[in-house]
Design a protein around this ligand. Structure first.
Ligand code: TYD
Ligand code: MG
Length: 451
């Protein structure tokens, strides 16, 4: 019998190479190639099945999807799932270790176990550890059935029965080992094969799977681009482990929108839902301070008001420091250059420290304007008037560009009692309860914020 041919597969993007090399040609990542053996053929090669049994059905016979949703009793999770858990769907939930994936799923399973049979398979922790976590959640958990295993075949056999639980957690896909694949657990072929088999079973038996997947330090689900097309929904659980805020996002959802986010805080008794997220990122009890500005950002479809703090101070160093937490340092460099060139602000001889409150990472340029106002406020040691919200994108010429969802941002600001809104001129829509300052160029800020 011919020896099976070994190939090398990139653990980041799944590209295969005939021989080992340091850098993947597919994605450019270094040291990600591992040896993979070919999959054992599942059916005898070359044979075509005698009878396929395939029939065509009219589409209208399928049940309406809305009838097949289950509530997890966690409103923020249901919202991100598109209005509840779809029966027979496969949901991949990714996140860094320690962020709270197991906690979130255990809470969901405890809630679901009141009305459904649920099973929790863990390959990472002992059953005792899971039970200890359940005790911390202060909820009756004796209806949640659990097993510790790393063998995929054991799970498939147990679940492939009509009486088996219909809601299942696999924690995590990287610890599962499929006997049909010779490579180690966690490799691309293992996670892909295991997910494929679980997804098949989900469709066959109507089982809903939550599959936990770890995120690599580059921020991708390990092995994962390769998993995304196998599952119905991909959720990511994010947050800074030093802060208690956690965001749940859907990056793919066959049964709902992908711009929803769920907001939680990690407490001593599990994850708690946050229905008014802006309250988390605003320090209402602090005395006003130069360099402190509130901006309105969008997280998915939700507006959030966030505190931005900037400290500008003289530097003893030849090359001044630019330290940023929660934003893109290159964007800060760009705005500093715009302020230097267009407004003649002497920032090149100053250290700049910037922080976004609450451990949030702002991704969008709509915070540009607020950062510029904060820089000027700190540089000149003057306060931004209380109750002010600033947003807008800044171009290299210093003019303000319109941002998406401006109305939603302004409505959130007025709802939370802010009375003065600085925004790009074209975005201003007058809502009741606030004064609007339409801005065309950064130069307008000099007159309008007393900075
Ligand atoms: P965990 O769900 O184990 O994270 P993951 O599965 O993503 O690796 O949660 C880990 C962290 O959450 C851990 O550091 C302890 C903390 N935690 C709390 O703060 N409160 C709690 O009630 C629980 C259960 C965990
Ligand atoms: Mg875990």
């Amino acid at each position: 019998m011919a020896k099976p041919k070994i190939h090398y597969q990139c653990q980041a993007c799944g590209a295969t190479h005939p021989r080992w090399q340091g850098q993947c040609e597919g994605c450019g990542a270094w040291n990600t190639l591992t040896e993979e053996l070919p999959t054992v053929a599942l059916s005898p090669a070359g044979k075509t099945p005698q009878k396929s049994g395939l029939v065509l059905e009219p589409l209208q016979r399928q049940e309406a999807p809305s009838a097949q949703r289950m509530s997890t009793d966690i409103g923020e999770l249901d919202r991100v799932l598109g209005g509840g858990l779809m029966v027979g769907s496969v949901i991949l939930i990714g996140g860094e270790p320690g962020i709270g994936k197991s906690t979130l799923l255990l809470q969901a399973m405890i809630n679901l176990s009141r009305h459904h049979d649920v099973a929790y398979f863990t390959g990472e922790e002992s059953l005792d550890q899971i039970a200890q976590r359940a005790v911390r959640l202060h909820a009756p958990h004796d209806q949640v059935m659990a097993a510790h295993t790393v063998h995929l075949e054991d799970i498939l056999t147990l679940l492939d029965k009509p009486t088996a639980p219909k809601i299942v957690v696999i924690d995590s896909i990287q610890t599962l080992h499929a006997g049909a694949i010779e490579s180690a657990p966690g490799t691309v072929s293992q996670v892909r094969y295991s997910t494929h088999m679980l997804a098949n079973l989900a469709k066959k038996r109507g089982i809903t799977f939550f599959i936990v997947g770890h995120i690599t330090k580059e921020g991708t689900l390990a092995g994962p681009k390769v998993l995304e097309h196998l599952v119905d929904t991909v959720l990511t659980f994010e947050g800074d482990r030093r802060h208690h805020v956690r965001l749940l996002r859907a990056s793919k959802n066959r049964y709902g929108a992908t711009d929803e986010i769920g907001v939680f805080t990690m407490t001593s008794s599990g994850l708690s839902e946050v229905t008014n997220p802006s309250s988390l990122f605003l320090s209402t009890d602090q005395p006003p301070c130069p360099g402190h500005v509130v901006t309105a950002i969008m997280e998915g479809a939700r507006p959030l008001l966030v505190d931005i703090e900037v400290l500008v101070c003289p530097t003893p160093l030849a090359i001044p420091r630019r330290t940023v937490v929660g934003w893109d340092v290159n964007r800060l460099h760009m705005l500093v250059a715009v302020l230097e060139k267009r407004l003649k602000c002497p920032l090149s001889s100053k250290d700049i420290f910037m922080n976004v409150a609450g451990g949030l990472k702002i991704q969008e340029p709509a915070a540009d304007f607020a950062v510029c106002v904060a820089l000027l406020s700190s540089l000149r040691d003057t306060l931004v008037p209380k109750g002010t919200v600033v947003f807008g994108e800044v171009s290299l010429s210093g003019t303000l560009r319109s941002v998406p969802h401006a109305y939603t941002r302004m409505r959130e600001a007025t709802r939370l009692g802010f009375t003065r809104i600085l925004a790009p001129k074209q975005d201003i829509e007058n809502l009741e309860g606030a004064t609007y300052v339409p801005c065309e160029h950064l130069g307008d800020v000099l007159g309008s914020t007393d900075t």
